[in-house]
Ligand binder design. Structure first.
Ligand SMILES: C[S@@+](CC[C@H](N)C(=O)[O-])C[C@H]1O[C@@H](n2cnc3c(N)ncnc32)[C@H](O)[C@@H]1O
Length: 232
C-alpha cells in the first residue's frame, strides 16, 4: 500500500512512522509513505497556504489551490494507480474497525490534513472521495487523526503483524469486545488468574474466552450486540 500525506506539518509524522509496527511494515515492503508539505504546492510567492473566510468570522482556512495541486500532482505521477482521496474531518464518517479493514485492502490512498478552521469547502465537494472523523471532538489539525487512521489500517495489511501481535481475535471483530488477558505470575497481590486459564484444556479455555467476550460486550458496549442483531 502507498500512503501519501498532505500536511502543513510534515515533521509531525516522522516519530510515529519510524517506530514499532509501522516501521517494520515499511521494512517488509508492505507500506510506503510519501509526505507532502502543502507549502510546496502553493502558487503564492510567500508560500502562504491559508486565507480568511468569505463572509467573515474568526480563524483561517486552508485554500483550495495548493490542496488541488498536491492531489493532482500525486495522481499525475502515478497515472496507472487508482487513488482514494480521504479528507480528515470532524464532520466525516466516524472511523470504525470495519472502515479500517476496508481501507487496508486499497493500494493507494491520499490523506489530506486540514488545519485552522478547516479547508475550503470545494476540497470536500470536488476533491475528496470520502471524509473521515476519528471521533466527536475537535482537534487542532488532521495530522493526529491521519496517524490514528494509518496505525489502525497498517496493522490490518496481511503479513504486517507477526505472531506476537496477531490478529486472531480482536475487539470489534464480529461486534464483540475481546476477552480479558493475564500473564505471569498466576497470583499477583492476592489476585489470582482464573483457574481455567492454567488448566491446559484448550476447549474449556476457548469456551471461557467466548463467554467473557460476550459478558464484557454486554456490560460495556450493548450497542455492539444490538448492531450485530440488526446486521443479521
Ligand atoms: C480545528 S479543526 C476544524 C473544525 C471545523 N471548524 C469544524 O467545526 O468542523 C481543523 C482540522 O483538524 C482536523 N480534525 C479536527 N478534528 C478532527 C476529527 N475529530 N477527526 C478528523 N479530523 C479532525 C480536520 O482536518 C480539520 O480540518
Amino acid at each position: 500500500m502507498r500512503i501519501e500525506i498532505i500536511t502543513i506539518f510534515p515533521k509531525m509524522f516522522e516519530p510515529v512512522l519510524n517506530e514499532s509496527i509501522i516501521k517494520r511494515a515499511q521494512a517488509k515492503g508492505k507500506v510506503r509513505f510519501c509526505i507532502h508539505d502543502l507549502r510546496d504546492y502553493t502558487d503564492d510567492k510567500h508560500r502562504k497556504v491559508d486565507d480568511r473566510p468569505f463572509g467573515g468570522g474568526s480563524g483561517m482556512l486552508l485554500c483550495a489551490q495548493p490542496i488541488f495541486k498536491a492531489v493532482e500532482k500525486i495522481k499525475s505521477k502515478n497515472k496507472r494507480n487508482k487513488y482514494s482521496v480521504i479528507l480528515l474531518c470532524p464532520q466525516g464518517k466516524k472511523l470504525t474497525q470495519k472502515i479500517s479493514t476496508d481501507i487496508s485492502k486499497r493500494k493507494n490512498i491520499i490523506l489530506i490534513c486540514g488545519h485552522y478552521e478547516g479547508v475550503d469547502e470545494r476540497v470536500r465537494q470536488s476533491l475528496a472521495d470520502e471524509e473521515i472523523s476519528i471521533g466527536d471532538y475537535v482537534l487542532t489539525g488532521g495530522e493526529l487523526p491521519a496517524m490514528v487512521l494509518i496505525d489502525s489500517v497498517v496493522r490490518l495489511i496481511p503479513g504486517v503483524l507477526g505472531d506476537k501481535n496477531s490478529l486472531n481475535f480482536e475487539s470489534f471483530e464480529g461486534n464483540l469486545l475481546e476477552h480479558p488477558h493475564y500473564t505471569r505470575p498466576a497470583n499477583f497481590r492476592d489476585i489470582s488468574v482464573p483457574e481455567v486459564l492454567l488448566s491446559g484444556d484448550h476447549k474449556m479455555i476457548e469456551a471461557w474466552r467466548k463467554r467473557e467476550s460476550l459478558k464484557r460486550t454486554q456490560e460495556r458496549r450493548p450497542d455492539l450486540l444490538k448492531k450485530s442483531r440488526e446486521e443479521k
